[in-house]
Design a protein around this ligand. Structure first.
Ligand code: ATP
Ligand code: MG
Length: 588
């Protein structure tokens, strides 16, 4: 490819809405153009990168024994009714109607479709296990599309689904996929950490995510990990042992005390001269439309995904001041945040909000609390010396809803946990019978009995993986693509296109590289060398061969983008080096 013909429009500036480096660089270097919120054109350079990621994914999936197919992007409502997700999926599901008023959706994921395919074709245990996958566009109407390709609304995903007869068979396939994922990300030049995670809307029991660790805002997930053992988990799933803390207050009799203007835990601690760990905090959430009170130790935070799972909902948010005011008055109270409690001093509860009953969930660590401080739905006072079973009862749901903090102790080995941030590039789930049961997708076992398949599903964000590679490999000048997924392997730059020897040597090197199977670009533009070098660095060619004045002595400059190394050598040596590096990548 000649640079003068390459369809690439670099920008002088980063786009104004780009917050993270992969978005900034991919836009500026001419890889992507935004069409509308969360929807991007993949221009020729980007498409080359994405096809390479796809090729690696395909190769490893095929090696792992999975079979590729392609399912439609538009899906009928009926299958989603069967699985129960038409209602349950929430606003991310883009619903639409055709001219006959039939309801459809744009596929955010394909469990329903694949389960229907399996139930038509997999009738006997003898056909199992099977793993089917596709690489295709998905659409999710994300609340906050952002960070360019990292969180788009339309994006490319590899999604695989396995069907097994037994749990053991599923676990074997799960391990098989975990290994395939490790190979895929390594070949894409990414270091990943496999962490335990919540199963979320997809459902199921066991799941792991593959995280690219980063210290930037692009890492939307907090990952807790232990340096002494192999424990690591997404914050939505992480658990910890707590270091010793005071959970018994000095108030030995229950009484109401004045605590004027204590709107926060800190102010209440200051007023009563107590540690936050003996305050029972009550937070008001709205899950879908229902009110939920969360009771947790004053020095701890609620993990919203855990709370959501505890009550079984789709969307969760903290209640607004207005909603809390309404809820209070409906129940005959008038307290403002800071003074809320599940019950008042006479054990009268907050019962309802609108037509919904209030659900109360306590974090399991509150069971240890004694003689604690708690709000009683009256402003400027708190109840001190309260105990469960006396002034307040433990609610029906007592479970882990606590957000782990760094420094708390590893659940496996007891050493302090650390926290870092990660970009989730892939995940694997043991689904069990979550889809096969409601959709009646069954096979005949050896005894002639019908049984639902035991399923697994396995996703990789193809577009997100490419963007994560930019997050992991760049500098102030631009992208440093790993050779395996770079749009082109090398660029040959004659310093002066007007110099005949420089131009003819550059052309020869370029043609030789092409002959050897190297994807090369010849920068034949009549531009200043500074401009050409800048573009080469921005676009991120792994190798650059600069043909300048020293060619009269038979030398060129060989530049490695990743390390910045510049080596003077002969054209033949440069050609050999590049060709070998490319062969190694292809033979992986
Ligand atoms: P997230 O928690 O980041 O929203 P998810 O749990 O919804 O991800 P899955 O439904 O399991 O993700 O999808 C599989 C893979 O698809 C993810 O691991 C990720 O790499 C990719 N992916 C998911 N949502 C997006 C998105 N909005 N934009 C780009 N890639 C995405
Ligand atoms: Mg999501």
């Amino acid at each position: 490819m000649k640079m003068s013909k390459l369809f690439v429009q670099t920008l002088r500036e980063f786009p104004s809405d780009a917050e993270v480096i992969s978005h900034k660089l991919l836009a500026r270097a001419g890889y992507i153009r935004k069409l509308t919120s969360g929807v991007y054109n993949f221009l020729p350079l980007m498409w080359r990168v994405l096809k390479k990621v796809e090729t690696i994914v395909r190769d490893e999936m095929d090696k792992a024994g999975a079979q590729e197919l392609l399912m439609p992007f538009v899906q009928p409502k009926e299958l989603w009714i069967e699985s129960g997700r038409w209602e349950a999926y929430g606003k991310e599901l883009m619903r639409l109607k055709d001219r006959h008023n039939r309801e459809m959706c744009l596929g955010p994921t394909h469990e329903e479709i694949i389960t229907a395919i399996a139930r038509d074709g997999l009738k006997s245990y003898k056909q199992l296990p099977v793993n089917l996958y596709q690489i295709q566009s998905k659409f999710r109407d994300e609340v906050r599309p952002r960070f360019g390709l990292l969180r788009g609304r339309e994006f490319i995903m590899k999604d695989a689904y396995s069907f097994s007869a037994t749990q053991e068979e599923l676990e074997k396939e799960y391990e098989n996929m975990a290994q395939a994922y490790k190979n895929i990300f390594k070949r894409c030049g990414l270091d990943t950490k496999m962490v335990q995670s919540d199963s979320g809307a997809i459902g199921g029991n066991v799941s792991h995510e593959f995280m690219v660790i980063t210290d930037t805002d692009a890492g939307e997930n907090d990952v807790f990990y232990c340096e002494d053992c192999d424990y690591s988990a997404n914050s939505n799933h992480a658990v910890s042992k707590l270091p010793p803390a005071t959970v018994e207050g000095n108030f030995t009799t229950a009484k109401v005390v004045d605590t004027p203007n204590t709107h926060s835990i800190e102010e209440l601690c200051e007023c009563l001269k107590v540690p936050a760990s003996i305050i029972l905090k009550t937070l008001v959430y709205i899950v879908d439309k229902k009110p939920v009170l969360a009771l947790i130790r004053g020095d701890k935070q609620v993990e919203e995904t855990k709370l959501l799972n505890a009550v079984g909902g789709i969307e969760i948010r903290i209640a607004t001041a207005g909603e809390i005011e309404e809820m209070m008055s409906e129940n005959g109270f008038s307290a403002i945040p800071g003074f809320i409690g599940a019950v008042d001093e006479n054990k009268k509860p907050i019962e309802k909000y609108g037509e919904h009953k209030v659900v109360v969930v306590a974090d399991e660590t509150v069971k240890e609390m004694k003689n604690f401080v708690v709000g009683i739905n009256r402003n400027d006072v708190h109840l001190v010396g309260a105990n469960f079973g006396k002034e307040i009862d433990l609610p029906e749901i007592v479970t882990d809803i606590r957000l782990v903090e760094a420094g708390e102790l590893c659940p496996q080995c007891g050493k302090p946990l650390k926290v870092t941030r990660g970009i989730e590039v892939g995940n694997i789930f043991q689904l069990g019978t979550k889809y096969s049961k409601p959709m009646n997708a069954v096979y005949l076992d050896a005894d002639g009995k019908t049984k639902p398949y035991i399923m697994g599903c396995y996703g990789i964000g193809v577009t997100r993986t490419a963007a994560a590679a930019v997050e992991a490999h760049h500098d102030d000048w631009g992208i440093k693509w790993p050779l395996s997924i770079a749009p082109y392997h090398a660029i040959v730059v004659p310093v002066s296109t007007k110099d005949e020897l420089q131009m003819s040597t550059a052309t020869k090197i370029y043609e030789e590289l092409l002959k050897n199977g190297v994807e090369a670009v010849l920068d034949d533009r009549d531009e200043r060398p500074g401009v050409k070098f800048k573009d080469a660095d921005l676009i991120g060619f792994p190798f650059r061969v600069t043909v300048g004045k020293t060619i009269t002595e038979g030398n060129i400059e060989f530049v490695i983008r990743e390390t910045g190394e510049k080596i003077v050598m002969t054209p033949d040596d440069a050609i050999t080096k590049i060709t070998e590096a490319v062969k190694n990548i292809i033979n992986q």
